[in-house]
Design a protein around this ligand. Sequence first.
Ligand code: PMP
Length: 365
Amino acid sequence: MVYNFGAGPSVLPQEVLKKAQKDLLDFENTGMSVLEISHRSQNFQKVIDEAEKDLRELMGIPGNYKVLFLQGGASTQFSMVPLNLAVGKKAYYAISGAFGKKAYDEAVKLSEFLNLEAISLGSTEAEAYKRLVNIDECQIDKKNAAYLHLTTNNTIEGTTVYPEALPEGADVPLVADMSSNILAVDYEVEKFGLIYAGAQKNLGAAGLTLVIVREDLLNAHSTLSSMMDYQILSKNGSMYNTPPTFAIYLAGLVFKWAKKQGGVKALEANNRKKAQLLYDYIDQSGFYQNPVVNRAQRSICNVVFTSPSQELDALFAKEAANAGFNYIKGHRSVGGMRASIYNAFPLEGVIELIKFMKEFEEKYR
Ligand code: PMP
């Protein structure tokens, strides 16, 4: 038995993979593979329409928000967000992780070109991002602010801004990089102006980037490259060019699976249960440690932990991989271990991991 603890691409539901396997050879009796059908065909239109409908249902996306199925990864959104939203304005960033820093750096890069000011509301980089930035909303110049950007789940560092901790009074659109906990934690879409996420964690396969954006933020920019322009992409139903058809199809299957599991609330409850087991074991062990300063900020999607030494961390990752616990080595920038236990990761995988951790502890304590 192999358990995939990868941070993305990551584990997918078996039933989704089995359906995809079947459709890979013959998609709904068309005699063609799902990879071969035209994006302009009725068959594909049905796929993308259903995917959008199911996602809207899962997340409770109101009618005044557009759903875009794009490419380029979440990293492309680091530039597309300021390009579309922040020309001539102030763009605020709370930097609580390596990806939040990347998003901020891209806005800084564009600042002269777009006549925008990228402003950091604080960074916890000096503390190795072991806690989230305390956002002081008073620092925001509301009149000139385009948005406040945050990362809801810091994939590398294992921290989360849970719904109750979202800034409330800023009165500026919140822009969220939700790449690693979309559909895993139940957020209210109305709280955000724009949400984006790479698909390769909770939504399916790499190659698709989801953007959910409030209509009033879609400004026409005649000078913007068409492929960068939310307005144009939206008007063309995410098909200004050839979209990532297979990744959209796969996300559609994941949405149907998520609905069958009882929706986002049920998925979150299951994720909490898995994470709690692991954190409880880590906390009582005295051998392993989770570095996150504030327990209320611990991620239920990415559980990071260390053993007493870097040598033992390396040994752990090696022995774990040999025992079928794949990709549990922490991100290269922080070391240690990271168990990514997204929606499709099974509870029994966590139980088995804890057993393995106990054995490892007994051997090397
Ligand atoms: N933001 C977050 C929170 C991520 O976890 C990642 C990828 N691990 C990215 C952005 C970058 O995403 P992509 O590789 O899709 O560009």
